[in-house]
Design a protein around this ligand. Structure first.
Ligand code: G3P
Ligand code: MG
Length: 236
Protein backbone atom coordinates (compact mmCIF):
# COMPACT_ATOMS: atom_id res chain seq x y z
CA UNK A 1 0.00 0.00 0.00
CA UNK A 2 1.30 3.49 -0.83
CA UNK A 3 1.92 5.78 2.18
CA UNK A 4 -0.52 8.32 0.67
CA UNK A 5 -3.29 5.70 0.97
CA UNK A 6 -3.03 5.42 4.77
CA UNK A 7 -3.96 8.12 7.30
CA UNK A 8 -2.95 7.79 10.94
CA UNK A 9 -6.10 7.86 13.07
CA UNK A 10 -5.79 10.14 16.12
CA UNK A 11 -2.06 9.98 15.33
CA UNK A 12 -1.34 6.28 15.49
CA UNK A 13 -3.66 5.47 18.37
CA UNK A 14 -3.09 1.73 18.35
CA UNK A 15 0.43 2.35 19.62
CA UNK A 16 0.34 5.60 21.62
CA UNK A 17 -2.34 7.55 23.48
CA UNK A 18 -4.72 9.07 20.93
CA UNK A 19 -4.47 12.72 19.98
CA UNK A 20 -1.17 13.36 21.77
CA UNK A 21 2.19 14.50 20.44
CA UNK A 22 3.51 11.01 21.15
CA UNK A 23 0.84 9.59 18.86
CA UNK A 24 1.71 12.08 16.10
CA UNK A 25 5.40 11.21 16.43
CA UNK A 26 4.61 7.51 16.28
CA UNK A 27 2.70 8.03 13.03
CA UNK A 28 5.70 9.77 11.49
CA UNK A 29 8.02 7.02 12.71
CA UNK A 30 5.82 4.42 11.02
CA UNK A 31 6.35 6.17 7.69
CA UNK A 32 3.02 7.95 7.36
CA UNK A 33 2.58 11.20 5.46
CA UNK A 34 -0.89 12.15 6.75
CA UNK A 35 -2.47 12.12 10.23
CA UNK A 36 -5.94 12.84 11.54
CA UNK A 37 -6.80 14.20 15.00
CA UNK A 38 -9.82 15.75 16.74
CA UNK A 39 -10.15 19.38 17.82
CA UNK A 40 -12.42 21.08 20.38
CA UNK A 41 -12.41 24.44 22.13
CA UNK A 42 -11.62 24.95 25.81
CA UNK A 43 -13.84 27.33 27.82
CA UNK A 44 -11.62 30.27 26.85
CA UNK A 45 -11.72 29.40 23.14
CA UNK A 46 -8.27 27.79 22.87
CA UNK A 47 -8.37 24.82 20.47
CA UNK A 48 -7.18 21.53 22.03
CA UNK A 49 -6.71 18.12 20.46
CA UNK A 50 -9.05 15.68 22.19
CA UNK A 51 -11.82 13.37 21.00
CA UNK A 52 -14.46 13.19 23.75
CA UNK A 53 -16.68 16.00 25.09
CA UNK A 54 -15.76 14.83 28.59
CA UNK A 55 -12.41 14.26 30.26
CA UNK A 56 -12.97 10.91 32.00
CA UNK A 57 -11.88 8.36 29.42
CA UNK A 58 -8.51 9.77 28.42
CA UNK A 59 -7.45 11.77 31.51
CA UNK A 60 -9.33 10.33 34.48
CA UNK A 61 -10.46 13.86 35.40
CA UNK A 62 -14.13 14.74 35.61
CA UNK A 63 -16.05 17.41 33.74
CA UNK A 64 -16.32 18.60 30.19
CA UNK A 65 -13.75 20.05 27.81
CA UNK A 66 -16.05 23.00 27.09
CA UNK A 67 -16.07 24.04 30.76
CA UNK A 68 -12.34 23.65 31.39
CA UNK A 69 -9.86 26.48 30.88
CA UNK A 70 -6.76 26.08 28.73
CA UNK A 71 -4.65 26.01 31.90
CA UNK A 72 -6.74 23.23 33.41
CA UNK A 73 -6.62 21.13 30.23
CA UNK A 74 -2.87 21.61 29.79
CA UNK A 75 -2.25 20.30 33.32
CA UNK A 76 -3.98 16.93 32.73
CA UNK A 77 -2.30 13.59 32.01
CA UNK A 78 -3.64 12.15 28.75
CA UNK A 79 -1.10 9.32 28.58
CA UNK A 80 -1.41 7.12 31.68
CA UNK A 81 -4.81 5.67 30.76
CA UNK A 82 -3.16 4.13 27.70
CA UNK A 83 0.09 2.92 29.27
CA UNK A 84 2.27 4.02 32.19
CA UNK A 85 5.08 4.55 29.70
CA UNK A 86 3.17 7.63 28.49
CA UNK A 87 2.47 9.11 31.95
CA UNK A 88 2.43 12.90 31.87
CA UNK A 89 1.73 13.17 28.14
CA UNK A 90 -0.46 16.28 27.95
CA UNK A 91 -3.58 17.10 25.95
CA UNK A 92 -1.88 19.22 23.29
CA UNK A 93 -3.16 22.46 21.84
CA UNK A 94 -3.94 22.54 18.13
CA UNK A 95 -0.99 24.90 17.70
CA UNK A 96 1.41 22.43 19.31
CA UNK A 97 0.17 19.57 17.14
CA UNK A 98 0.40 21.60 13.94
CA UNK A 99 3.91 22.73 14.90
CA UNK A 100 4.90 19.08 15.37
CA UNK A 101 3.26 18.03 12.09
CA UNK A 102 5.13 20.80 10.28
CA UNK A 103 8.42 19.77 11.90
CA UNK A 104 7.84 16.13 10.95
CA UNK A 105 6.63 16.90 7.43
CA UNK A 106 3.19 15.44 8.14
CA UNK A 107 0.02 16.67 6.52
CA UNK A 108 -2.79 17.13 9.05
CA UNK A 109 -6.50 16.46 8.73
CA UNK A 110 -7.97 18.45 11.64
CA UNK A 111 -11.32 16.91 12.46
CA UNK A 112 -13.35 19.72 13.99
CA UNK A 113 -15.44 18.05 16.69
CA UNK A 114 -17.30 20.88 18.40
CA UNK A 115 -18.70 20.58 21.88
CA UNK A 116 -22.49 21.08 21.78
CA UNK A 117 -23.49 24.72 21.31
CA UNK A 118 -20.21 26.02 19.88
CA UNK A 119 -20.38 24.48 16.39
CA UNK A 120 -19.84 27.72 14.47
CA UNK A 121 -17.20 29.19 16.78
CA UNK A 122 -15.16 25.98 16.70
CA UNK A 123 -15.34 25.88 12.91
CA UNK A 124 -14.14 29.47 12.61
CA UNK A 125 -11.30 29.17 15.14
CA UNK A 126 -9.91 25.93 13.75
CA UNK A 127 -10.22 26.93 10.10
CA UNK A 128 -8.40 30.23 10.76
CA UNK A 129 -5.64 28.47 12.69
CA UNK A 130 -5.17 26.03 9.81
CA UNK A 131 -5.27 28.84 7.23
CA UNK A 132 -2.31 30.52 8.93
CA UNK A 133 -0.19 27.47 8.12
CA UNK A 134 -0.88 27.49 4.39
CA UNK A 135 -1.35 23.72 4.32
CA UNK A 136 -3.40 20.99 6.06
CA UNK A 137 -7.18 20.54 5.89
CA UNK A 138 -10.28 20.26 8.08
CA UNK A 139 -13.20 17.85 8.30
CA UNK A 140 -16.35 17.66 10.40
CA UNK A 141 -19.56 15.71 10.95
CA UNK A 142 -21.23 19.08 11.67
CA UNK A 143 -22.49 20.92 8.60
CA UNK A 144 -22.85 24.05 10.75
CA UNK A 145 -19.17 23.79 11.59
CA UNK A 146 -18.16 23.23 7.96
CA UNK A 147 -20.25 26.24 6.92
CA UNK A 148 -18.49 28.41 9.50
CA UNK A 149 -15.10 27.08 8.37
CA UNK A 150 -15.97 27.89 4.76
CA UNK A 151 -16.97 31.45 5.64
CA UNK A 152 -13.92 32.06 7.85
CA UNK A 153 -11.22 30.47 5.70
CA UNK A 154 -12.53 29.46 2.27
CA UNK A 155 -9.11 28.33 1.02
CA UNK A 156 -8.69 25.65 3.69
CA UNK A 157 -9.73 22.31 2.10
CA UNK A 158 -12.78 20.75 3.74
CA UNK A 159 -14.09 17.20 4.02
CA UNK A 160 -17.66 16.20 4.81
CA UNK A 161 -17.63 13.43 7.43
CA UNK A 162 -20.53 10.98 7.55
CA UNK A 163 -21.28 7.58 8.99
CA UNK A 164 -23.44 6.55 6.05
CA UNK A 165 -23.65 8.51 2.81
CA UNK A 166 -27.04 10.23 2.94
CA UNK A 167 -29.12 10.40 -0.27
CA UNK A 168 -28.37 14.10 -0.68
CA UNK A 169 -24.69 13.93 0.22
CA UNK A 170 -23.57 15.45 -3.09
CA UNK A 171 -25.65 18.61 -2.73
CA UNK A 172 -24.44 19.03 0.88
CA UNK A 173 -20.81 18.61 -0.20
CA UNK A 174 -21.33 21.03 -3.09
CA UNK A 175 -22.97 23.66 -0.89
CA UNK A 176 -20.14 23.44 1.67
CA UNK A 177 -17.51 23.28 -1.09
CA UNK A 178 -16.06 20.07 0.30
CA UNK A 179 -13.53 18.46 -1.99
CA UNK A 180 -13.49 15.22 0.01
CA UNK A 181 -15.93 12.90 1.74
CA UNK A 182 -14.91 10.75 4.72
CA UNK A 183 -17.21 7.80 5.33
CA UNK A 184 -17.41 5.02 7.95
CA UNK A 185 -15.80 2.02 6.25
CA UNK A 186 -18.47 -0.34 7.58
CA UNK A 187 -21.12 1.40 5.50
CA UNK A 188 -19.20 1.54 2.22
CA UNK A 189 -20.45 -0.56 -0.67
CA UNK A 190 -18.99 -0.70 -4.15
CA UNK A 191 -21.98 1.38 -5.36
CA UNK A 192 -21.36 4.03 -2.69
CA UNK A 193 -17.67 4.20 -3.60
CA UNK A 194 -18.54 4.61 -7.28
CA UNK A 195 -21.10 7.31 -6.53
CA UNK A 196 -18.47 9.45 -4.77
CA UNK A 197 -15.71 8.81 -7.26
CA UNK A 198 -18.03 9.67 -10.16
CA UNK A 199 -18.30 13.22 -8.79
CA UNK A 200 -14.52 13.64 -8.82
CA UNK A 201 -14.33 14.07 -5.05
CA UNK A 202 -11.78 12.20 -3.02
CA UNK A 203 -13.04 9.52 -0.66
CA UNK A 204 -11.48 8.34 2.61
CA UNK A 205 -12.79 5.55 4.84
CA UNK A 206 -12.55 5.31 8.64
CA UNK A 207 -11.43 3.29 10.60
CA UNK A 208 -9.77 0.30 8.96
CA UNK A 209 -7.37 -1.91 10.88
CA UNK A 210 -7.79 -5.08 8.82
CA UNK A 211 -5.18 -5.00 6.01
CA UNK A 212 -7.33 -7.11 3.69
CA UNK A 213 -10.32 -4.80 4.04
CA UNK A 214 -8.04 -1.79 3.52
CA UNK A 215 -6.61 -3.26 0.35
CA UNK A 216 -10.08 -4.09 -0.98
CA UNK A 217 -11.32 -0.54 -0.34
CA UNK A 218 -8.31 1.09 -2.00
CA UNK A 219 -8.47 -1.28 -4.98
CA UNK A 220 -12.18 -0.41 -5.32
CA UNK A 221 -11.55 3.34 -5.50
CA UNK A 222 -11.16 4.64 -1.94
CA UNK A 223 -8.30 7.15 -1.92
CA UNK A 224 -7.13 6.50 1.64
CA UNK A 225 -8.12 4.70 4.83
CA UNK A 226 -7.77 5.96 8.41
CA UNK A 227 -6.10 3.37 10.60
CA UNK A 228 -5.17 2.96 14.28
CA UNK A 229 -2.44 0.50 13.25
CA UNK A 230 -1.30 2.03 10.00
CA UNK A 231 1.91 0.00 9.74
CA UNK A 232 -0.11 -3.20 9.24
CA UNK A 233 -2.15 -1.57 6.49
CA UNK A 234 0.97 -0.07 4.89
CA UNK A 235 2.57 -3.49 4.79
CA UNK A 236 -0.38 -5.02 2.94
O1 G3P B 1 -12.04 11.57 10.90
C1 G3P B 1 -12.38 10.23 10.83
C2 G3P B 1 -12.72 9.64 12.17
O2 G3P B 1 -11.78 10.10 13.11
C3 G3P B 1 -14.10 9.96 12.62
O3 G3P B 1 -14.47 9.29 13.80
O4 G3P B 1 -14.95 9.27 16.22
O5 G3P B 1 -12.74 8.56 15.41
O6 G3P B 1 -13.37 10.94 15.34
P1 G3P B 1 -13.86 9.52 15.25
MG1 MG C 1 -11.63 11.81 14.39
Amino acid sequence: MQPTSVIGHRGACGYAPENTLASIETAARLGLLVVEFDVKLAADGTPFVIHDDTLERTTGASGSVAEATAEELAALDAGSWFDDAFAGEPIPTLGAVLDRCDALGLEAICEIKPCPGVESETGRVVARAVAERGRHSVSSFSTTTLGAALAAAPDVPRALLVVILPGRWDSVARELKCESVHVWAGSLTVAAIDSVKNTGRSLCAYTVNDPERARFLVETGVDAVFSDRPDRVLAS
